[in-house]
Design a protein around this ligand. Structure first.
Ligand SMILES: [Mg+2]
Length: 279
Protein backbone atom coordinates (compact mmCIF):
# COMPACT_ATOMS: atom_id res chain seq x y z
CA UNK A 1 0.00 0.00 0.00
CA UNK A 2 2.85 2.39 0.68
CA UNK A 3 3.35 4.63 -2.32
CA UNK A 4 3.41 8.19 -3.55
CA UNK A 5 1.73 10.58 -1.13
CA UNK A 6 1.32 7.96 1.57
CA UNK A 7 3.72 8.11 4.45
CA UNK A 8 4.05 5.87 7.41
CA UNK A 9 2.52 6.94 10.69
CA UNK A 10 4.52 6.60 13.88
CA UNK A 11 1.42 6.10 15.98
CA UNK A 12 2.44 3.48 18.46
CA UNK A 13 6.02 3.47 17.18
CA UNK A 14 8.86 3.43 19.64
CA UNK A 15 10.20 6.89 18.74
CA UNK A 16 8.20 9.95 17.76
CA UNK A 17 10.79 12.69 17.76
CA UNK A 18 14.51 13.18 17.20
CA UNK A 19 16.17 16.09 18.98
CA UNK A 20 19.52 17.10 17.47
CA UNK A 21 22.27 19.29 18.83
CA UNK A 22 23.85 21.17 15.91
CA UNK A 23 27.48 22.23 16.36
CA UNK A 24 29.95 19.32 16.34
CA UNK A 25 27.00 16.92 16.07
CA UNK A 26 25.66 17.50 12.55
CA UNK A 27 29.17 18.26 11.28
CA UNK A 28 32.55 17.08 12.60
CA UNK A 29 34.83 19.01 14.95
CA UNK A 30 37.50 18.88 12.22
CA UNK A 31 35.83 21.76 10.34
CA UNK A 32 37.60 24.08 12.80
CA UNK A 33 34.46 26.10 13.63
CA UNK A 34 34.63 25.13 17.29
CA UNK A 35 38.24 26.37 17.68
CA UNK A 36 37.49 29.57 15.78
CA UNK A 37 34.46 30.20 17.97
CA UNK A 38 36.47 29.75 21.15
CA UNK A 39 39.13 32.14 19.83
CA UNK A 40 36.45 34.77 19.16
CA UNK A 41 35.00 34.35 22.65
CA UNK A 42 38.46 34.80 24.13
CA UNK A 43 38.92 37.99 22.09
CA UNK A 44 35.58 39.29 23.35
CA UNK A 45 36.62 38.58 26.95
CA UNK A 46 39.94 40.34 26.41
CA UNK A 47 38.94 43.37 24.34
CA UNK A 48 35.32 43.94 25.28
CA UNK A 49 35.25 42.86 28.92
CA UNK A 50 38.84 43.80 29.80
CA UNK A 51 39.66 40.45 31.40
CA UNK A 52 43.37 39.86 32.05
CA UNK A 53 44.98 38.19 29.01
CA UNK A 54 46.68 35.46 31.04
CA UNK A 55 43.36 34.57 32.68
CA UNK A 56 41.23 34.41 29.54
CA UNK A 57 41.92 30.88 28.15
CA UNK A 58 41.54 29.13 31.51
CA UNK A 59 38.47 31.16 32.44
CA UNK A 60 36.85 30.61 29.05
CA UNK A 61 37.20 26.85 29.33
CA UNK A 62 36.20 26.65 32.99
CA UNK A 63 33.05 28.72 32.47
CA UNK A 64 32.12 26.64 29.43
CA UNK A 65 32.49 23.46 31.48
CA UNK A 66 30.64 24.78 34.50
CA UNK A 67 27.77 26.63 32.84
CA UNK A 68 27.36 24.96 29.43
CA UNK A 69 28.34 28.15 27.61
CA UNK A 70 31.04 30.67 28.45
CA UNK A 71 28.44 33.39 27.94
CA UNK A 72 26.19 31.99 30.67
CA UNK A 73 29.18 31.86 33.02
CA UNK A 74 30.26 35.43 32.27
CA UNK A 75 26.73 36.69 32.95
CA UNK A 76 26.54 34.77 36.20
CA UNK A 77 29.83 36.35 37.30
CA UNK A 78 28.17 39.73 36.76
CA UNK A 79 29.71 40.85 33.46
CA UNK A 80 27.26 43.04 31.60
CA UNK A 81 27.00 42.96 27.84
CA UNK A 82 24.34 42.72 25.19
CA UNK A 83 23.44 39.16 24.15
CA UNK A 84 23.15 40.08 20.47
CA UNK A 85 26.47 41.93 20.55
CA UNK A 86 28.15 38.85 22.01
CA UNK A 87 26.67 36.52 19.41
CA UNK A 88 27.55 38.87 16.54
CA UNK A 89 31.13 39.14 17.83
CA UNK A 90 31.77 35.41 18.25
CA UNK A 91 29.82 34.12 15.24
CA UNK A 92 30.12 37.05 12.85
CA UNK A 93 33.55 36.11 11.58
CA UNK A 94 33.47 32.32 11.77
CA UNK A 95 34.87 30.40 8.76
CA UNK A 96 31.43 29.19 7.66
CA UNK A 97 32.87 28.36 4.25
CA UNK A 98 34.40 25.25 5.90
CA UNK A 99 30.88 23.81 6.10
CA UNK A 100 29.88 22.10 2.88
CA UNK A 101 26.51 20.70 1.80
CA UNK A 102 26.04 17.19 3.19
CA UNK A 103 23.66 15.31 0.85
CA UNK A 104 24.28 12.01 2.66
CA UNK A 105 23.04 13.41 5.97
CA UNK A 106 20.25 15.26 4.20
CA UNK A 107 18.94 12.03 2.67
CA UNK A 108 19.20 10.21 5.98
CA UNK A 109 17.25 12.96 7.77
CA UNK A 110 14.57 13.14 5.12
CA UNK A 111 14.07 9.37 5.23
CA UNK A 112 13.43 9.35 8.99
CA UNK A 113 9.69 9.18 9.73
CA UNK A 114 9.91 11.00 13.07
CA UNK A 115 9.60 14.70 13.86
CA UNK A 116 13.08 16.27 13.81
CA UNK A 117 14.00 19.35 15.84
CA UNK A 118 17.31 21.18 16.45
CA UNK A 119 18.16 21.94 20.09
CA UNK A 120 21.21 24.20 20.27
CA UNK A 121 22.66 26.68 22.75
CA UNK A 122 23.66 28.90 19.82
CA UNK A 123 21.68 31.89 18.60
CA UNK A 124 19.23 31.68 15.70
CA UNK A 125 21.45 33.57 13.22
CA UNK A 126 24.27 31.04 13.72
CA UNK A 127 21.84 28.11 13.51
CA UNK A 128 20.39 29.44 10.24
CA UNK A 129 23.85 29.96 8.78
CA UNK A 130 25.06 26.45 9.71
CA UNK A 131 21.93 24.65 8.50
CA UNK A 132 22.00 26.58 5.25
CA UNK A 133 25.70 25.81 4.62
CA UNK A 134 25.08 22.11 5.29
CA UNK A 135 22.08 22.16 2.95
CA UNK A 136 19.81 20.96 5.79
CA UNK A 137 17.59 24.02 6.28
CA UNK A 138 14.42 22.18 5.26
CA UNK A 139 15.13 18.95 7.16
CA UNK A 140 13.86 20.12 10.53
CA UNK A 141 10.48 21.12 11.85
CA UNK A 142 12.02 23.84 13.97
CA UNK A 143 14.96 25.13 15.97
CA UNK A 144 15.09 25.52 19.74
CA UNK A 145 17.96 27.97 20.28
CA UNK A 146 19.29 30.69 22.60
CA UNK A 147 16.44 33.08 21.80
CA UNK A 148 13.83 30.36 22.41
CA UNK A 149 15.05 29.63 25.92
CA UNK A 150 16.05 33.21 26.72
CA UNK A 151 13.43 35.59 25.36
CA UNK A 152 14.18 39.29 25.82
CA UNK A 153 13.35 40.15 29.42
CA UNK A 154 11.02 43.07 29.92
CA UNK A 155 11.33 45.08 33.11
CA UNK A 156 8.33 44.66 35.42
CA UNK A 157 5.50 47.06 34.60
CA UNK A 158 5.33 49.94 37.07
CA UNK A 159 2.33 49.60 39.33
CA UNK A 160 -0.24 52.37 39.35
CA UNK A 161 -0.94 51.66 43.00
CA UNK A 162 0.87 53.89 45.46
CA UNK A 163 3.15 51.88 47.70
CA UNK A 164 3.90 53.16 51.18
CA UNK A 165 7.49 52.01 50.80
CA UNK A 166 8.11 52.85 47.17
CA UNK A 167 11.87 53.12 47.44
CA UNK A 168 12.28 49.62 48.87
CA UNK A 169 9.95 48.30 46.21
CA UNK A 170 12.01 49.90 43.46
CA UNK A 171 15.21 48.38 44.83
CA UNK A 172 13.52 45.00 44.86
CA UNK A 173 12.45 45.44 41.24
CA UNK A 174 15.96 46.46 40.21
CA UNK A 175 17.42 43.43 41.95
CA UNK A 176 14.94 41.25 40.12
CA UNK A 177 15.90 42.80 36.77
CA UNK A 178 19.60 42.30 37.50
CA UNK A 179 18.98 38.68 38.47
CA UNK A 180 17.04 38.04 35.24
CA UNK A 181 19.83 39.61 33.19
CA UNK A 182 22.38 37.21 34.65
CA UNK A 183 20.49 33.98 34.22
CA UNK A 184 20.95 32.20 30.93
CA UNK A 185 19.00 29.01 30.32
CA UNK A 186 21.09 26.56 28.30
CA UNK A 187 22.21 22.94 28.09
CA UNK A 188 23.34 21.09 30.14
CA UNK A 189 20.98 22.34 32.84
CA UNK A 190 18.11 19.99 33.52
CA UNK A 191 15.76 23.00 33.41
CA UNK A 192 16.86 23.69 29.82
CA UNK A 193 16.28 20.05 28.86
CA UNK A 194 12.83 20.11 30.40
CA UNK A 195 12.03 23.44 28.71
CA UNK A 196 13.01 22.01 25.31
CA UNK A 197 10.83 18.93 25.92
CA UNK A 198 7.90 21.19 26.81
CA UNK A 199 8.42 23.56 23.86
CA UNK A 200 8.81 20.70 21.38
CA UNK A 201 5.77 19.09 23.03
CA UNK A 202 7.30 15.62 23.02
CA UNK A 203 7.23 12.58 25.25
CA UNK A 204 10.87 12.18 26.40
CA UNK A 205 10.38 8.41 26.54
CA UNK A 206 9.66 8.48 22.80
CA UNK A 207 12.38 10.96 21.88
CA UNK A 208 16.03 10.41 20.96
CA UNK A 209 18.53 13.16 21.81
CA UNK A 210 21.80 13.48 19.85
CA UNK A 211 24.70 15.57 21.20
CA UNK A 212 28.51 15.60 21.18
CA UNK A 213 28.73 16.84 24.80
CA UNK A 214 29.04 14.27 27.56
CA UNK A 215 27.47 16.68 30.06
CA UNK A 216 24.48 17.29 27.82
CA UNK A 217 24.01 13.53 27.42
CA UNK A 218 24.07 12.98 31.19
CA UNK A 219 21.53 15.74 31.70
CA UNK A 220 19.30 14.48 28.87
CA UNK A 221 19.22 11.07 30.52
CA UNK A 222 18.04 12.70 33.76
CA UNK A 223 15.23 14.23 31.68
CA UNK A 224 14.33 10.66 30.60
CA UNK A 225 15.34 11.09 26.95
CA UNK A 226 16.94 8.31 24.93
CA UNK A 227 20.47 9.47 24.28
CA UNK A 228 23.15 9.19 21.61
CA UNK A 229 26.65 10.55 22.09
CA UNK A 230 27.96 11.72 18.71
CA UNK A 231 31.64 11.96 17.77
CA UNK A 232 32.67 9.13 20.05
CA UNK A 233 32.97 5.39 19.61
CA UNK A 234 32.61 4.86 23.33
CA UNK A 235 29.56 5.13 25.52
CA UNK A 236 29.66 7.86 28.15
CA UNK A 237 27.58 8.02 31.36
CA UNK A 238 23.92 8.39 30.45
CA UNK A 239 24.39 7.45 26.78
CA UNK A 240 22.31 4.64 25.26
CA UNK A 241 24.30 4.65 22.01
CA UNK A 242 27.60 6.00 20.71
CA UNK A 243 28.07 7.25 17.15
CA UNK A 244 31.48 8.10 15.78
CA UNK A 245 29.79 10.14 13.08
CA UNK A 246 26.18 11.14 12.50
CA UNK A 247 26.60 9.45 9.12
CA UNK A 248 26.62 6.06 10.89
CA UNK A 249 23.16 6.56 12.29
CA UNK A 250 21.39 3.95 10.17
CA UNK A 251 23.80 1.17 11.11
CA UNK A 252 23.71 2.05 14.81
CA UNK A 253 20.02 2.88 15.17
CA UNK A 254 18.00 0.95 12.57
CA UNK A 255 15.02 1.17 14.94
CA UNK A 256 14.52 4.78 13.82
CA UNK A 257 13.30 3.43 10.51
CA UNK A 258 11.25 0.65 12.09
CA UNK A 259 7.83 2.24 12.46
CA UNK A 260 4.49 0.73 13.16
CA UNK A 261 3.79 -0.99 9.85
CA UNK A 262 0.08 -1.26 10.61
CA UNK A 263 -0.59 2.46 10.26
CA UNK A 264 -0.16 3.63 6.69
CA UNK A 265 -2.96 6.10 6.35
CA UNK A 266 -1.65 9.23 8.01
CA UNK A 267 0.81 11.70 6.52
CA UNK A 268 3.19 12.52 9.31
CA UNK A 269 6.13 14.31 7.74
CA UNK A 270 5.36 18.03 7.70
CA UNK A 271 6.52 19.56 4.45
CA UNK A 272 7.86 22.88 5.70
CA UNK A 273 9.78 25.25 3.47
CA UNK A 274 11.68 27.08 6.14
CA UNK A 275 13.06 26.31 9.54
CA UNK A 276 11.22 28.16 12.25
CA UNK A 277 12.47 29.15 15.66
CA UNK A 278 10.23 27.55 18.21
CA UNK A 279 9.11 29.71 21.09
MG1 LIG B 1 27.58 20.47 20.19
Amino acid sequence: MEGVGVERSYNGAKYECLLFDMDDTLYPMSTGLNMACRKNIEEFMLHRLGIEETEVPRMCLELYREYGTTMAGLKDLGYEFDDDEFHAYVHGKLPYEALKPDPLLRNLLLSMPQRKIIFTNADKAHAAQVLSRLGLEDCFEGVICFETLNPQQQPPVASSVEHPNEEANETENNNEIQKMKHQILCKPSLAAMQAAIRIANVDPNKTIFFDDSTRNIASAKLAELHTVIVGSSNLVPGADHALNSIHNIKEALPQIWEGDEEHLDQVIQPNVETVEVLA
